[in-house]
Structure formats: structure tokens, C-alpha cells
Ligand binder design. Structure first.
Ligand SMILES: [Zn+2]
Length: 262
């Protein structure tokens, strides 16, 4: 499969004269922020990607869906924040779609702390989709993602604190669905490098200590230990090493998590 087979267009909901849902903040600003983040990440990962808008412009349903339809993309993710007093995320797929991608996105959003993500589709009249993003985007498989409720204080606060993780969750979910190689963002990679540095420093410290005590020259053991030596040197050193080993195990675990982008 070539990357062309899963070319993607991101759609930051609302914009310009249409603020979307409004609480203390505007939905249109957050959908743009999320979409630009994802746009850069998909580029970085080598997934062909475009946007319906990259600035705060007005975009009616007609020109918006036309952009999606004519983009050459196979998939569209339309980013939104909900309103109306719920406490959850939502992924809405077309009535003609199995919802597999939607469920993949749900799993990733829940993994970063959105407690509930509802996956569903909604039928309108005459056996067509209810939402125009599904109904008027042709063959492009569109998923509408509602990250949280902007008018629910706790839900919105949690989102705001973790918005990059929410945005990344969709990047990761999409990559896993289409089978594109995924790598955690550079920020996590930097942290991983730091932990890796600490780990090799700890490993070096162990060898240095053993060299000082004449146990090894760094390659092979030097001493054939007698009882006195075991009691006074080896056992205390072993205890110290045991503590260091635990610390290293914890570091290794942290590193693994960072590498997997959890
Ligand atoms: Zn919206």
C-alpha cells in the first residue's frame, strides 16, 4: 500500500465569522490549533496531508465540503469541540462506514485520559447521512472528532491541560489504522534520550565501582575471592548494586513508555 492510499485532509471546524461553540473560549480557535498540530505531525511522519483552512477564515459548508471532495484525499478528519452540557468525547462516522477508524481514534483518546468517547453515526432523511461533512464529501471517508465539551468546566479544563496529547491521540490512531509507521513526537523523543543518558551513566558507574574494588578490569574478573573478601567487599557492593539495579529497571520502564508515546 502506498501513502497515497491513505492521503488525509484535516478540517478545522468553523472559523472566521462562525466561532462554533462558545464558552470562555471559542471552538474555532481550538479546532485550528489542534489541526495545525496534527498537520505538522502527519508531515513529520510522512503521511500526505492537507487542510481545509490554516487561518481564521470563514468557510461555509459548500466550499468546505468541495475542498474535501476535490482534495484527492481518501480520509478526512473534521475537528470539533462539543457543547450542550455533556462530559465526553465523540467520534462520528458515516452511516456507510463500519466505524473501524472511529473506534481506533476512540481507543487512543481514552488512552490519554478522555474518560468516555462515544462512537456513532446518524442518519438523516432519505437514507442519507445527517451531517453534511459525511453527506457532501463524496468518497472521502470522513470522521468528525469532538474532543470534549467546551461548556463543561472539568471536561474542557482536562482537555486544555492535555490538548497536545488529545491531538496526538488522533495522529497515533490514524497511523495505526492505516498501518503507517508511527514515532512519538520529538518532545517525547528528547525525554527518552535524557532517560537513556541516565541509564548508560548508571551502567558505567557500576563498572567503575567494580574496577576500583579490583573485581574486574571492565572486561574480565580479576580476583578469586576468599571468605574475608566476600564478606567485607562483595556483599556490601552487591547490596549497593541491587539498589542501582532497581533504579535502572525503573528508568528502563520509563524509557519504554516514552518510546511508545504513551
Ligand atoms: Zn463544531
Amino acid at each position: 500500500m502506498s501513502t497515497k492510499d491513505y492521503e488525509l485532509i484535516l478540517d478545522p471546524g468553523h472559523g472566521g465569522i462562525d466561532p462554533g461553540a462558545v464558552s470562555s473560549e471559542k471552538e474555532k480557535d481550538w479546532t485550528l490549533k489542534i489541526s495545525l498540530y496534527q498537520y505538522n505531525r502527519f508531515k513529520e511522519l510522512g503521511v500526505p496531508v492537507s487542510l481545509t483552512r490554516s487561518t481564521d477564515i470563514s468557510l461555509d459548508s459548500g466550499p468546505r465540503t468541495a475542498k474535501v471532495k476535490n482534495s484527492g484525499a481518501k480520509y478526512c478528519i473534521s475537528n470539533h469541540l462539543n457543547a450542550g452540557g455533556g462530559d465526553r468525547g465523540e467520534v462520528i462516522h458515516s452511516i456507510f462506514d463500519s466505524g473501524q477508524l472511529a473506534n481506533r481514534l476512540k481507543d487512543q483518546l481514552e488512552a490519554v485520559g478522555q474518560t468516555t468517547v462515544k462512537v456513532y453515526c446518524k442518519q438523516g432523511s432519505k437514507g442519507k447521512d445527517y451531517y453534511y461533512m459525511h453527506r457532501e464529501t463524496g468518497a472521502v471517508k470522513t470522521n468528525i472528532v469532538e474532543y470534549c465539551f467546551i461548556d463543561n468546566k472539568a471536561d474542557f479544563e482536562h482537555f486544555k491541560k492535555n490538548w497536545e496529547a488529545y491531538a496526538e491521540a488522533v495522529v497515533k490512531g490514524f497511523c495505526s489504522f492505516v498501518g503507517h509507521p508511527y514515532k512519538a513526537p520529538a518532545k517525547d523523543q528528547k525525554e527518552a534520550n535524557e532517560v537513556e543518558g541516565k541509564l548508560s551513566a548508571a551502567e558505567e558507574a557500576v563498572v567503575e565501582k567494580a574496577k576500583k574494588l579490583g573485581i574486574t578490569d571492565g572486561k574480565k574478573p580479576l580476583k578469586v575471592p576468599n571468605q574475608y573478601y566476600v564478606w567485607n567487599v562483595v556483599i556490601p557492593v552487591m547490596e549497593e548494586l541491587e539498589a542501582l539495579k532497581e533504579e535502572m529497571a525503573a528508568l528502563k520502564e520509563e524509557l519504554q513508555k516514552l518510546k511508545e508515546g504513551k
